[in-house]
Design a protein around this ligand. Sequence first.
Ligand SMILES: Cc1cc2nc3c(=O)[nH]c(=O)nc-3n(C[C@H](O)[C@H](O)[C@H](O)COP(=O)(O)OP(=O)(O)OC[C@H]3O[C@@H](n4cnc5c(N)ncnc54)[C@H](O)[C@@H]3O)c2cc1C
Length: 318
Amino acid sequence: MLRRIWQSVMIALARSGRLTGLVQGTSVLASLSRRYVAGGDAAAGMRRARDLAAADGIRASLFFLGEYVEDRGKIAEAVENKLAVAGELAEAGLDIHVSVDPTQIGGSLDDALMDANADAIAARIGVLAGPPGGVHCMMIDMEDHSVVDKTIALHDRLQAAGYPVALTLQAYLRRTEADIARLVERPSRVRLVKGAFVAAGDIAFTSQAEIKANYRRLIDLMFSPAARASGFYPIIATHDDRLHAHARDVARRNGWPEGTYEFEMLMGVRGDVAGALAAAGERVRLYVPFGRDWWPYAIRRIGENPRNALLLARSLVS
Ligand SMILES: Cc1cc2nc3c(=O)[nH]c(=O)nc-3n(C[C@H](O)[C@H](O)[C@H](O)COP(=O)(O)OP(=O)(O)OC[C@H]3O[C@@H](n4cnc5c(N)ncnc54)[C@H](O)[C@@H]3O)c2cc1C
């Protein structure tokens, strides 16, 4: 209950345009942005991606920050950054893995614009030559429940057109089991997260225990023999080590060797766990955000754990 209230307050702060302008215009809370964000530009994101690959063999998904954008200039800037960073990843010989929020490329303003921008990014990734054996794709992030239908339709359209695309689905939503059951029948790539939003009990699981139980059921589905046969690619995106252990256990039992699935975590959260998984031979990726629009992203991360109240307080006085 406490967690739900805390998370709802932080989500409201993330959506406040006035607060975003105020915070991002000052150096207050800069330590918060440093923890969760690689830096203000693509060069900083690329530096982090290269360092991760060189030090621990950890892969990256680069994310130019921005969400729920309604300004056409900012939407164009987001698309330019996604295209540019895809090219830089290809040149560096790294996975061409670019995360995209539909509402940052037009989804909050004009669906035709979102579709055209998504096509452009996915097509660019498709023609760039990434290293063989790499995972090259436009990863579609999932936002609040009001845009889930639209986001899944976007993924399905791009997948049917043969573009390299992947989709994030959220274990807190009751519908996700049916969505995954459909997607495991073909060689889809699905990143499973718990969900950084809250919703009413008729559409969502509202307690952590229920969300974790559903996450375990969804792991079973994603690592099922049928999923293995279709060429499905499971992406376990959580910092919860019990869920990591469950995924590894089911993978072993159902004949999924390392490298046929991956773990993905957020930059700034439990780097020790990411390192340990990589050292154990697992494929690991970090989500590496960059850009100036860091407040909504960082405050959402703070909302994920009431214990982060201390981190927020420390950032205010440092
Ligand atoms: C790669 C990736 C992509 C994501 N994309 C999306 C998306 O598209 N849509 C969406 O709704 N959500 C997304 N999320 C966020 C996700 O939904 C959860 O809100 C978030 O991962 C926290 O849940 P958890 O599974 O890590 O488990 P938790 O139970 O919250 O965390 C497990 C442990 O990890 C640590 N921890 C977790 N989060 C933090 C934090 N922020 N700061 C400090 N410590 C922390 C704590 O020690 C905690 O005990 C993404 C997460 C990842 C890893």
